[in-house]
Design a protein around this ligand. Structure first.
Ligand code: UT7
Length: 326
């Protein structure tokens, strides 16, 4: 086991709620279609002047307070995001600036919707390698700024938010029992943002063609998501030598309720043990799992020594699963 303890949880969620009924007035869609096909009812949308790091800072303050720590106690900041404030420096460095810190290691992890689990895996390894002691791990996105609001196939799916965990070493028998991660770059173009990088720098044409937005072949992503969420989940259970009935809480990435439903049926995880936030937040990409973890904790769903299983799938394609003993 990679021993660690999560001593603080926080979220940063924009106040503005965009419902399916609001979307009916924007594109040719319906509450019925979105609810039946995805399980989403509403999502949070950031103001025009809010960037990803702004949401992280709100979440970080809540998490640090719970942990009874000051920002200056942090030695490492890892942010999972694919919607950074700027291409460089990293969003983690903007968080540092906002918290008034100079010194900690700070970097981003771009692993699509798996960003938070990848970041937590890295944090666990740094802590167990004695290279870090007080780590801020965030999953955060402002998806609304990279969505094409004229494309009903994608704009109804995403939401904005940030979740933060403060992770520290411990001698207690708790931490990451088992984990796996992987990726398949051969399928990269099924879910990507074509422009804005060195392949296709910003130009008048790229802006006019809306190439700075999410491009997704939805049904292909769906099939791969179901397959890899199942594989990653079964593998992590086998590696932990636990059966699905021994898991106390399942927190999956939440892109589509039908993906979650297929995953729990294929892995025998009961729906009652599956924590859902998709109806109220939509797909917040890397932010989904830490926000759900926070909400589950404050709803009293997480007790000492519980086994929490996480699984995610996202752009890359990337996948990851982890069992955490709380
Ligand atoms: O975060 C990790 C990565 N992302 C995901 O995991 C997302 C994976 N994909 C999905 O969740 C689903 O594929 C979607 C929700 C994106 C789409 O659901 P679907 O059941 O695969 O629908 P579809 O793309 O096959 O489209 C079915 C129909 C089409 O109409 P026709 O061609 O059958 O006449 C679409 O044009 O639904 C239409 N459609 C819509 N209708 C109303 C697509 N989007 C909408 C919409 N409102 N918003």
């Amino acid at each position: 086991m990679k021993k660690l303890k999560i001593v603080g949880l926080g979220v940063g969620l924009p106040k503005r709620i965009l419902t399916n009924f609001d979307l009916e007035k924007m594109v040719d869609t319906s509450d019925e279609w979105i609810t039946e096909r995805t399980g989403i009812k509403e999502r949070r949308i950031a103001d025009s002047d809010t960037a990803t790091s702004d949401l992280i800072v709100i979440a970080a303050k809540e998490a640090l307070k719970q942990a009874n720590l000051k920002p200056t106690d942090l030695d490492t900041i890892i942010v999972g995001t694919s919607t950074p404030d700027t291409i460089y420096p990293s969003t983690a460095c903007w968080v540092e600036k906002a918290l008034g810190l100079s010194g900690p290691v700070a970097f981003d992890v771009n692993a699509g919707c798996c960003g938070f689990l990848y970041a937590l895996e890295i944090a666990a390894n740094l802590i167990n390698g004695k290279r870090a002691k007080k780590v801020l791990v965030a999953g955060a996105e402002v998806m609304s700024k990279v969505v094409n609001w004229e494309d009903r196939r994608t704009c109804v799916l995403f939401g904005d938010g940030a979740g933060v965990c403060i992770v520290v070493p411990t001698d207690e028998e708790r931490g990451i029992v088992a984990s796996n991660w992987g990726s398949d770059g051969t399928l990269a173009e099924l879910l990507y943002q074509p422009a804005g990088g060195t392949r296709m720098p910003a130009s008048k044409e790229t802006v006019e063609k809306k190439l700075h937005t999410v491009h997704m072949v939805g049904n292909e992503v769906f099939k791969n998501a179901v397959r890899e969420m199942e594989n990653a989940t079964l593998q992590v259970l086998a590696d932990a030598n636990l059966s699905s009935s021994e898991i106390d809480l399942f927190i999956p990435h939440q892109a589509n309720y039908r993906i979650i439903d297929a995953t729990i049926k294929r892995t025998n995880i009961p729906l009652e043990k599956t924590y859902l936030v998709i109806h109220k937040y939509g797909n917040m990409s890397a932010a989904t799992i830490p926000v759900a973890l926070h909400d589950a904790y404050y709803e009293g769903k997480i007790k000492d020594n519980n086994y929490i299983l996480f699984a995610a799938f996202g752009a890359g394609f990337t996948w990851a699963a982890m069992i955490l003993k709380w």
